[in-house]
Design a protein around this ligand. Sequence first.
Ligand SMILES: [Zn+2]
Length: 163
Amino acid sequence: MRCGTTRVRRGTIGVVNKAFCREPDATAPPRCPGCGVVGSAVTAATVAAHTATPEAVSEPAYFCGTEACGVAYYDLFERSIAVGEARDLFWPKDPQGSLCGCHGLTADDVDDAIDTGDLSAVRRVVQASARADAACGLRSCDGRPCAARVQRYFVRRRQEIGG
Ligand SMILES: [Zn+2]
């Protein structure tokens, strides 16, 4: 993306510098204005379910999954909704959030499952969220089922904990 500033005339303020960005390739997914990582496309309904100010971004909107990034949603015009203005984000985007908002599974639950060897709770959530469910589109802040994320975390933690 090529960015810069252009001088525009604004009423009584006179000439101001206005930021502009040009998208050289419309098919390339836009990068998060906060961290530069490519986010995942979400619907307006998903954005609306996770913030009181969905109008702050326009479609197509994107979710930034970068843990340390303060941007939750953004659009092609680099407008964004901060993590602090969003709600019900999943862990680790929200350190207090659950790993799977749809079923309430937390990162601690997964750690416990690995510790105790009782995987029934994790298995139940992965199986349930692997089934296509419209609720995931609204409850999960990236609009996607939690199964893949839960599985990724489980595999990573099992290696770390050494289960
Ligand atoms: Zn970001």
